[in-house]
Design a protein around this ligand. Structure first.
Ligand SMILES: C[S@@+](CC[C@H](N)C(=O)[O-])C[C@H]1O[C@@H](n2cnc3c(N)ncnc32)[C@H](O)[C@@H]1O
Length: 270
């Protein structure tokens, strides 16, 4: 008979044996795995449900594996100029590989200017559960000396983002963080929590509140998707707005609501 610790270790090694989950934060795999082991009848079921949940919060947004090795080679050939046409075209193509940034492409020319123009120029950004959103930097109203901190659950993604920051000489750093278990302690002008609260809610209903309260950010731009990955939108905006209102209940923050095609955003001034 295996001990609970041995079972959890076995679950983690079974789940991360597949390429799809190999570079996901071990902390998140452990967190979800431990909960599933407590709920399910046996190891096999717990492994299956852990994979399902990791798919819902992460892999579902990456329909095809992202070719980071090829992207690194491509990056090395790009001119060091974020406004260069070849660079912006490459970034848009790359953002198309992650569903969340792909959905933002049509509003990219004005989304960040409209949402953050009132507090521009931006000197420091913390991009939480960033996906490929740091690649939107050329479309953000940023100061030349901007400091960019980003995190997500994928080591291959944050590895690429670090190479990207280095190539363009951006003062940026990306790392693997499971936001259901830790709140970044960096102090920033604005934190971005874009389309991520529903993912956190699936693992821990208290994580989003803990994050909003604990962040050292003057402003937080939080957003929700206007439709599901499958394209359904019925009642979603209303549900998300209700969820957001729950999260800010009792806080004396100033909140500005903004509606964009595909995205409902709230700028919080803490
Ligand atoms: C809907 S996407 C949003 C990506 C990006 N913020 C954007 O708007 O383009 C959700 C992101 O959350 C990340 N994620 C899911 N669970 C997470 C967790 N517990 N901690 C940190 N990131 C997480 C996923 O990998 C994915 O990149």
């Amino acid at each position: 008979m295996s001990t609970p610790t041995e079972l959890l270790a076995e679950l983690i090694s079974l789940v991360t044996a597949s390429d799809k989950y190999a570079s996901i934060s071990p902390d998140l795999v452990r967190e979800i795995g431990a909960k599933e082991l407590a709920k399910r009848r046996n190891l096999k079921e717990a492994v299956k449900e852990t994979r399902n949940k990791l798919h819902q919060v992460g892999s579902a947004f990456q329909e095809k594996p992202i070719p980071y090795a090829a992207w690194l080679e491509e990056l090395a050939q790009l001119p060091v100029d974020l406004q260069d046409e070849q660079v912006t075209a490459t970034l848009k193509r790359q953002m198309g590989m992650h569903a969340s940034t792909a959905e933002r492409l049509s509003i990219l020319p004005h989304f960040f200017k409209d949402a953050l123009g009132s507090i521009a120029p931006l000197h420091s950004i913390l991009d939480l559960a960033c996906g490929l959103n740091p690649l939107c930097l050329p479309w953000m109203p940023a100061a030349a000396d901007m400091e960019y901190t980003a995190c997500d659950i994928y080591a291959d993604m944050t590895g690429y983002l670090n190479a990207w920051f280095a190539h363009f000489k951006i003062n940026g750093k990306a790392s693997v963080v499971d936001l259901t278990q830790s709140v970044p302690s960096v102090s920033v002008q604005v934190a971005l929590l874009l389309k991520t609260i529903p993912c956190l809610d699936q693992v821990d209903k208290n994580a989003a509140k803990r994050l909003l309260q604990g962040l050292y950010a003057q402003y937080i731009l939080a957003s929700f998707p206007a439709h599901s990955l499958g394209g359904k939108s019925k009642g979603m905006l209303q549900n998300y707005e209700t969820r957001f209102n729950q999260l800010i209940e009792g806080e004396s923050w100033k909140v500005t609501k903004m509606e964009f095609t595909g995205e409902l955003a709230f700028l919080i001034e803490k």
